[in-house]
Design a protein around this ligand. Structure first.
Ligand code: G6P
Length: 608
């Protein structure tokens, strides 16, 4: 989704800004732009499509400068087009890049139009540029005060970076509900919405807190809090590698990430489960003390992370912990009754999903017992805002459609479940713990099905809709399989608990409707099989992902089977998602869609 890079340097800043934008590409965007300011005034270059198109245009324009702002845009208000791309300017004096959404922009726009401002884009962001310009004129040319005055009139979520031609040596940046970090170089200072954009130029970062404003010049930087008082914030060293991750021998990042799953599962287990034993030293004593008291859990997440919550619900309930799993966007706007000793658990790959962050903020005002983030990014806003963290250790995930992050979320959540049981002195069958140590090899076995899955995927090449069925945890995994197929191939894929089939979806089933089913070897297998016979009786074509021990005699010859071998009960659903990921990937290859950056989607959704 939208990304910001900006800074004040002693050298030409344009290559640094363009490199920063390239590093933000994985987040998903549809246009990009850069603006610099020097004694000759404001110069801007914008382009639709990939950052590479912007790089070509910048070269032709010979854009140069020491102070600049840059942006990748993911369209919210107004189509993806050059006129809607950032930076937006006002009176050739102010330039602004904006992440987020200004909810009251129509009122502001009307008021500015009355004051004589002309708009050249359809965006909410352009209103911010004009508003800052208006404030800049009124307060005698203090850019920081102008930004603070403009921001006080905005509703919504935003991160902004701004410069003015009349004070061409500085950048002002601020945040409200959207992340922003200050990067400290040597004699040069930057801001960005994601520290990864700045790793080639610095390792030292200061995270802006809610409603902070920062002023950066070539001489230094100063942060002001919401009351506009100078304030000190902690500086942290980032230890991530600055290298842009390559695809290695794989065609796509998604393919690479799927094949990394055995390794990242092992990483997630490391130090937490060893020789069939839970390693208590893996967690802080106060976290374990908290787990001993937990009676209920509210899980909040979005997208794939929400599905991870659905999978773990039944395990937590089996352990006696009442569990509620909810989309963050729904949780945000309803009355919430919090029961005593309820732990709030947010699940997020990125740790910067706007809805999940806002849900945590809401939860903190309620009577929760404690706050845990299950997250993949150690320095993310979600981790910083939570009292406890369980890192998923999937490594950086570039493909927009989440794969390895999901599998590691499941492993981490199972670990959480086991630790709660242990902390509450409940009996744990050692065989269950040991099963996790064998999971990496089960993941490898699933990946070995790649060729067979590619073959079966051909039957979806010309389809526009299909159903996914599962039961229990299998339903949650089917829902994730359907989401992967939708995201990657743009086929309408709907998941149902198979018991619900006869309450509506069966009306869709005929000989042109593929029905994709997942059956693991458990107490629900026979029920699943009965539901598949209902599909078969109406001519539906079944693609079945099943454990080899499942009795398949009732299925007709048209059924295409992907034999998962013998999975272990405790980890079956974790392993079984991998064939569904591969299936979606191969259908997307056949359809020729953009696997790593599907249309209209973003890796980190930083707007509501
Ligand atoms: C976006 C991504 C999904 C992801 C969801 C939640 O929609 O494309 O892959 O599942 O956001 O993201 P999070 O980072 O909070 O897990």
């Amino acid at each position: 989704m939208c990304g910001i890079v900006a800074g004040v340097t002693e050298r030409n800043i344009v290559p640094i800004l363009l490199e920063g934008l390239k590093r933000l590409e994985y987040r998903g965007y549809d246009s990009a732009g850069v603006a610099v300011v020097d004694d000759s005034g404001l110069n801007r270059c914008r382009a639709t499509g990939k950052v590479a198109s912007l790089v070509d245009k910048v070269r032709q324009q010979q854009l140069q400068g020491r102070v600049g702002i840059a942006h990748t845009r993911w369209a919210t208000h107004g189509a993806p087009s050059e006129k809607n791309a950032h930076p937006h300017t006002s009176s050739n004096q102010i330039a602004v890049v904006h992440n987020g959404i200004i909810e009251n922009y129509l009122d502001i726009r009307q008021q500015l139009q009355k004051a004589g401002y002309e708009f050249s884009s359809d965006t909410d962001s352009e209103a911010v540029a004009h508003l800052i310009h208006q404030a800049f004129l009124h307060n005698g040319g203090d850019l920081r005060l102008a930004v603070q005055s403009a921001v006080s009139q905005l509703n919504g979520a935003f991160a902004l970076a701004v410069f003015a031609v009349d004070c061409p040596d500085r950048i002002i940046a601020t945040r409200h509900g959207s992340p922003m970090v200050v990067g400290l170089g040597i004699g040069e200072y930057f801001v960005a919405s994601d520290s990864f954009a700045l790793l080639p130029v610095t390792r030292r970062f200061v995270y802006l807190q809610e409603d902070d404003t920062v002023e950066i010049t070539g001489d230094g930087w100063q942060i002001y809090d919401a009351q506009q008082q100078p304030v000190e914030r902690e500086c942290v060293e980032n230890e991530q590698s600055a290298d842009l991750i390559g695809k290695g021998r794989y065609k796509h990042f998604m393919q690479k990430e799927m094949f990394e799953q055995p390794e990242v599962v092992a990483q997630t287990l490391q130090g937490r489960i060893h020789h069939g034993m839970l390693q208590t030293q893996a967690f802080a004593p106060e976290f374990l003390k908290a787990l001993a008291k937990v009676q209920q859990i509210d899980i909040i997440a979005c997208g794939t992370s929400y599905h991870a919550g659905l999978v773990i619900k039944s395990h937590l309930e089996r352990a006696g912990i009442r569990t509620n799993v909810e989309y963050a966007s729904e949780y945000l706007y309803r009355e919430v009754a919090v029961m005593p000793k309820t732990l709030f658990v947010s699940i997020s790959q990125s740790g910067e999903t706007a809805d999940t962050l806002a849900a945590l903020e809401k939860a903190k005002k309620l009577d929760y017992f404690d706050y845990l983030a299950v997250c993949n990014v150690p320095d993310s806003a979600l981790v910083r805002a939570s009292s406890h963290v369980l890192l998923t250790r999937a490594g950086r995930e570039i493909g927009v459609a989440s794969t390895k992050a999901f599998v590691t979320q499941l492993v981490a959540l199972h670990i959480l479940c086991l630790f709660i049981q242990q902390a509450q002195d409940k009996t744990i069958n050692p065989a269950l713990v040991q099963a996790f140590e064998r999971l990496p090899s089960f993941c490898e076995r699933m990946l070995a099905l790649d060729e067979r899955i590619a073959e079966v995927a051909k039957s979806l090449r010309d389809k526009s809709a299909c159903l996914f069925l599962g039961r229990g945890e299998g339903f949650a995994i089917a829902a994730e399989g359907a989401l992967k197929l939708k995201e990657l191939s743009y086929i309408q894929a709907q998941a149902y608990p198979s018991g619900e089939l006869k309450h509506g979806p069966l009306a869709l089933v005929d000989d042109s409707m593929p029905v994709i089913a997942l059956i693991t070897h458990d107490h629900l297998a026979e029920k699943m099989m009965s539901n598949l016979q209902e599909v078969q009786a109406r001519g539906g074509k079944i693609i079945l992902f099943a454990d080899s021990r499942v009795d398949k005699r009732a299925l007709n010859a048209q059924t295409q089977l992907i034999d998962l071998g013998e999975l272990e009960e405790m980890t079956a659903s974790i392993a079984a998602v991998i064939p569904l990921q591969l299936f979606a990937y191969h259908v997307a290859l056949l359809k020729g869609t953009d696997v790593d950056q599907p249309r209209n989607l973003a890796k980190s959704v930083t707007v509501e």
